[in-house]
Design a protein around this ligand. Structure first.
Ligand SMILES: Nc1nc2c(c(=O)[nH]1)N[C@H]1C(S)=C(S)[C@@H](COP(=O)(O)O)O[C@H]1N2
Ligand SMILES: [Mo]
Length: 329
């Protein structure tokens, strides 16, 4: 009896869910609310109703209306041809209308509409913890300090879709050199905004452990591939890609590439991460792309190119073994 009710109650949210979250969604929701009785389920349906009353702000028009214009002298930055990919670029409209950004919705096709309510200017990033020069930067301070470059990278989501896009950004290492970590700093922890008033998914999907948090080892953070991206396709990031600044670690599954960062903290111990806390058996801390290690619910041997739907073989470290394999030997 209780089982039937659970299935029913989940019918709606699950239809909108993605492979990445479909299981944890249900499990975590039940765990967090301690839902064991029919009474508790009645309470929950009340919370769904009130959530759906708050109409999220949506943009009119098509995805092109959400894409910023190039704005010299910053955008477009010069392309660094050291980082190239032997596959065609994804089209900008495809990449900008197929996103994971749970702060807004789990529906990849609607993130671009809902994410426009995030206010990204002004924006500050606090850099703190085990560093000699702890400091809060305005986004403009970072753009003054660190020259942008364009890099074409592969991008691979754990859900087995992939794209190739030109990011604009600067190496995270440049910021690390600026703030001077102490010898105690062994890991970097990064955190996204917490603004349920601007992010309807944070408001309505309260069972997630907002704000989103991620982490890297110092060796990963200072690897030359690791970017703080502020732009894509020759202009500033549109909100759906994590404006105004997000991480890019192209050899790791996409969930490591935390969006809309507000805090970077240098710490002694391995930090916890959002997806690992939700489903430790499915999402690890390191999370390197590896075709030989299946996700518990699907193979990682191939990936679906978002532009064509074609499946291609997945490469170890997403094709970046030359840059990062030595980190894991
Ligand atoms: N703050 C935050 N960062 C996030 C996510 C998220 O839900 N919230 N999703 C991650 C996942 S699962 C992926 S695949 C990428 C998607 O980046 P894109 O939408 O720019 O392609 O963002 C990552 N960064
Ligand atoms: Mo992802």
């Amino acid at each position: 009896m209780a089982n039937i009710r659970i299935k029913k109650a989940w019918k709606l949210p699950e239809s909108a869910a993605t492979p990445e979250d479909v299981y944890v969604n249900r499990r975590q929701f039940i765990k967090n609310l301690g839902l064991t009785s029919v009474g508790a389920w009645a309470m929950m349906s009340g919370c769904f109703n009130s959530a759906s009353e708050a109409e999220p702000r949506m943009v009119e028009g098509d995805v092109k209306s959400t894409i910023p214009k190039p704005s010299p002298p910053l955008y477009p930055p010069e392309r660094n041809s050291k980082y190239r990919v032997d596959r065609p670029l994804s089209t900008e409209e495809t990449a900008a209308s197929y996103n994971n950004f749970y702060e807004f919705t789990t529906d990849k096709g609607r993130v671009w509409q809902l994410a426009q309510s995030l206010e990204t200017d002004p924006w500050q990033i606090e850099v703190t913890g085990e560093v000699h020069n702890a400091r809060t930067f305005d986004l403009d301070d970072l753009l003054d300090l660190f020259p942008l470059e364009e890099r074409v990278y592969r991008f691979r989501c754990v859900e087995a879709w992939s794209m190739v896009v030109p990011w604009a950004g600067f190496p995270l290492k440049a910021l690390i050199d600026e703030v001077q970590p102490t010898s105690n700093a062994k890991f970097v922890r990064m955190i996204t905004f917490n603004r349920p008033d601007q992010a309807v998914g944070q408001k309505q999907q309260s069972w997630y452990a907002w704000p989103y948090y991620e982490g890297l080892t110092m060796a990963e953070a200072t690897n030359e591939l690791t970017l703080l991206a502020t732009g894509i396709y020759g202009h500033a990031l549109p909100n759906q890609h994590g404006a105004p600044i997000r991480l890019i670690t192209p050899w790791k599954y996409g969930y490591k590439s935390i969006k809309s960062i507000v805090k970077i903290e240098f710490v002694k111990k391995q930090p916890r991460t959002f997806w690992n806390d939700l489903a430790p058996n499915e999402y690890g801390f390191t999370s390197n792309v590896d075709p030989a290690v299946p996700h518990p619910r699907w193979s990682q041997a191939t990936e679906r190119v978002i532009d064509t739907g074609r499946r291609i073989p997945t490469l170890k470290y997403n094709g970046y073994a030359d840059f990062v394999a030595q980190l894991y030997s």
